[in-house]
Design a protein around this ligand. Structure first.
Ligand code: TXA
Ligand code: MG
Length: 350
């Protein structure tokens, strides 16, 4: 299949620029598109066959449900059995934006889209290209991140081309995304809202709006053997580079000292070592190739660069990756959630 690449400036495009993408989606094709979090791989959410194509293009396990994207709040009602009261202030405050809510699903949504679950995840992206593309499609759009299953999510169109060229109908190139980590997922089907996947909308921000909000254990620790996390995607190895990665928790000097010692030993036996370091700590490293993931004092810069840095490790042919760790608060909680999974839960205290 030949993949058409459409370049758009997110600040200067016309609605009709997205008419062809809308048409492709309406007739059951696949279009990758930018959102404010990561690039998505879209298909008509109400068409079971189109959803099946997404699983095939990504090589994604079929029990891992898709998020349904809408462009206005009126599009929500037909997709759900009800809107629990707890969701109302969240939608009012954070939609459109990087937040996904789980609701009981209506019969309109095929179980192919929800991986057999009787709930549906819904998100209203704020990215202008994403919103206009959904409007042009005139159907809700199921979209996982536009990466091959298990690889880091795409934050640039080049990443999507790497993973999806020849497998899908169109890639809309809207440049680098703003946030760089996937949306916060909140389950609204229980007694209180529960975070299933941390993201830019942090637990602290959510508490300000709705008082209490829980956090699913699977998002902070390794799921036990046979355990079924509420967000099925959380059980898969994810966001992962090809090399073996380890992340270190502790004072910057101690972390750098440990990484330097390990990197020196690895290089001595001919291994290619890549170090993921914050800008503040760069002068502390003297072995391995060092990639700057952002500034520790500005967690948004780390979120923005993390997946691109992991992909660069692959390009550089890394055998081993060593990384610094971050706090378990605010946006850094989401960064740590992704780092833990990328590292296969190898997090060491120094
Ligand atoms: O920011 C995002 O959310 C991006 C952009 C493209 O919108 N999308 C994204 O989709 O990250 P994906 O498929 O890579 O991750 C969706 C996650 C998976 O962990 C999946 O298991 C979970 O959402 N999920 C989807 N539907 C669910 C449901 N009904 N109940 C629980 N978890 C669900
Ligand atoms: Mg994904």
């Amino acid at each position: 299949m030949k993949t058409k690449i459409l370049r758009l400036d997110p600040q200067h495009f016309l609605p009709e620029d997205l008419a062809e993408a809308g048409e492709i989606l309406r007739v059951g094709g696949l279009v990758a598109f930018p959102t404010e979090t990561v690039y998505g791989l879209g298909a008509n959410a109400l068409d079971a066959e189109a959803a099946t194509k997404i699983y095939a293009a990504k090589g994604r396990p079929s029990d891992n449900p898709l998020i349904v994207h809408i462009a206005s709040e009126e599009e929500l009602a037909p997709l759900v059995k009800c809107v629990p009261q707890m969701a109302v202030p969240l939608m009012k405050t954070f939609w459109p934006g990087p937040m996904t809510l789980i609701f009981p699903k209506s019969d309109l949504v095929p179980s192919r889209t929800t991986g057999g679950l009787d709930t549906v995840a819904v998100r209203m992206p704020s990215d202008p290209i994403a919103a206009e593309m959904i409007r042009q499609a005139r159907v809700p759009i199921a979209a996982p991140s536009a990466n091959v299953s298990g690889r880091p999510s795409p934050t640039k169109a080049e990443h999507v081309v790497e993973d999806m060229n020849g497998r899908i109908d169109m890639i809309i190139d809207g440049g680098q995304v703003g946030i760089g980590l996937e949306s916060t997922i909140i389950d609204c089907t229980g007694a209180e809202p529960v975070i299933l996947r941390p993201g830019f909308i942090s637990q602290e921000m959510l508490k300000d709006v709705c008082g209490h909000v829980g956090i699913d254990r699977a998002s902070v620790e390794k799921p036990k053997e046979g355990e079924r996390p509420k967000a099925p995607g959380m059980k898969y190895r994810h966001y992962a580079p090809k090399a073996e990665m380890t992340a270190f928790h502790g004072k910057p000097e101690a972390v750098a000292e440990r990484i330097n010692a390990l990197a020196k030993a690895d290089e001595a036996v001919g291994k290619k070592v890549v170090v993921l370091a914050t800008e503040e700590a760069l002068p502390l490293y003297s072995f391995g190739e060092v990639i700057c993931v952002g500034r520790r004092a500005d967690e948004t810069s780390v979120a923005h660069n993390l997946y691109d840095s992991l992909r660069r490790c692959d390009e550089m042919g890394a055998d081993v990756i060593y990384s610094e760790c971050f706090e378990e608060t605010g946006l850094s909680r989401a960064i740590m959630n992704r780092l833990r999974k990328a590292a296969g839960y190898r997090i060491l205290e120094v």
